[in-house]
Design a protein around this ligand. Structure first.
Ligand code: FEO
Length: 400
């Protein structure tokens, strides 16, 4: 072990001891253009406690940061807030190295860790609302099932009003700045929204319930310490408010046109639809799946009021890159959008119907029939696309 990686002080008793992954660019299908961090925290209370661990290849970095402030052998407890491998991958090795008195996880977390690892050691399940004394400090465990795994929980450090929030309120953002107030606000706003849209969006009902639970318990947070990205120590209400807005999925005056194309016919239709959407009063983003990543589409769809989806037909189906984004989108469950399909075809033209089926399955409100155009759209066809966009805008604006 060298002496390069240091812990970063968060409060008098809490230190960040995580790892920085500058190079990760794919997180199960989500493009992480700025890399990420795996945050772990050391509570230097009477009973020294480690909150979460890091992805397996980063264990040495975490252990070195821990050793910069305390002998790792003095850790008495480990809390696993979330058993996904970016936080638990090194847990069995850390348990073996540290030999803690207890390892805590939620009831589901204890089972999940036993399923993920051949020999994780004994995990002590904790209940929602249960507290545990570290001597001069107290932990409260808060179950946050399905945020975003069944095992997920938060740990609250009562005396510091500090919330260890695992994935929630985090973002994929590699940096040496540990606090949000030291980072570029525009980059944080983009990455926090992208993270929500690509990971937490399907669990928006649970986010809303959690926010209510926090309000009714009158919990306040001076610091929110997530498992990815920077720590919020100022204006924690800001990120909480953004989560409330995103979870409500209240549509805004924006539209997304997402399409795939072979010989530019569907692209011409996409551009005509976009002109109609804009003429109808929406701000429009046009996204070719040949040029953008699915994660970027999800960012744009977060709280959009309308989406138009276009693909030509290839071998009786939509183009593969359109199937990619629709599969991804369907799983992430964006809601409250007006939707429509369009596309060109050469001889059979099933893609538009296929897209419409997915939009229906996604419970989006479709506008009329999808527009199908044989071979190349003429002026009349483009005019229909324009009118479709304008109709969509009218309907979307009437719902704001
Ligand atoms: Fe960062 Fe769900 O793991």
């Amino acid at each position: 072990m060298n002496n390069t990686f240091k812990a970063v002080q968060v409060t008098e008793d809490v230190w960040w001891v995580g790892a920085i992954d500058w190079n990760i660019r794919d997180f199960h299908g989500y493009r992480t253009g700025r890399g990420s961090t795996y945050n772990a925290y050391l509570v230097l209370a009477d009973k020294i406690t480690l909150i979460d661990t890091v992805k397996a290849p980063f264990r040495e970095e975490m252990m070195e940061r821990i050793a910069s402030v305390v002998d790792p052998g003095k850790i008495e407890y480990i809390v696993s807030n979330h058993s996904e491998m970016d936080h638990s991958g090194s847990l069995p090795q850390v348990i073996a190295a540290v030999n803690p008195k207890k390892v805590f996880a939620s009831v589901v977390g204890a089972k999940t860790l036993a399923e993920l690892f051949p020999n994780p050691g004994e995990i002590t399940p904790v209940m929602d609302g249960e507290t545990f004394s570290l001597g001069n400090r107290t932990l409260t465990f808060l179950e946050t099932r399905m945020l975003h795994w069944p095992d997920s929980m938060f740990t609250y450090l009562n005396e510091e009003q500090l919330l260890f929030s695992q994935d929630a309120f985090g973002m994929h953002y590699a940096s040496l700045e540990r606090f949000a107030d030291g980072c570029d606000p525009a980059a944080l706003a983009y990455e926090a929204a992208t993270y929500y849209a690509n990971i937490l969006l399907p669990y928006s009902p649970q986010v809303l319930k959690l926010i209510e639970k926090v309000k009714s318990a009158k919990l306040s947070f001076k610091i929110i310490a997530p498992d990815h990205g920077p720590i919020w120590r100022k204006e924690t209400d800001g990120i909480l408010g953004r989560y409330a807005r995103w979870a409500a999925q209240k549509p805004e005056g924006r539209a997304v046109v997402v399409y795939a194309t072979m010989w530019h016919s569907t692209e011409r239709m996409a551009r005509a639809v976009s002109e109609g959407l804009a003429a109808g009063g929406l701000r429009v983003k046009v996204m070719s799946m040949d040029e953008v990543h699915r994660s970027d589409v999800m960012y744009e769809l977060l709280c959009a009021g309308a989406v138009a989806v276009g693909s030509p037909t290839l071998n009786n189906h939509m183009l593969p890159n359109m199937a990619d984004i629709l599969t991804y989108m369907r799983g992430l469950k964006p809601r409250n959008m007006i939707a429509a399909a369009f596309g060109s075809y050469g001889w059979s033209g099933e893609a538009v119907r296929e897209i419409e089926e997915v939009l229906t399955e996604m419970k989006l409100e479709k506008t009329g029939e999808g527009i199908r155009v044989k071979n190349v759209p003429d002026a009349e066809a483009l005019s229909r696309c324009y009118d479709l966009g304008k109709d969509m805008a009218g309907q979307a604006l009437s719902r704001l």
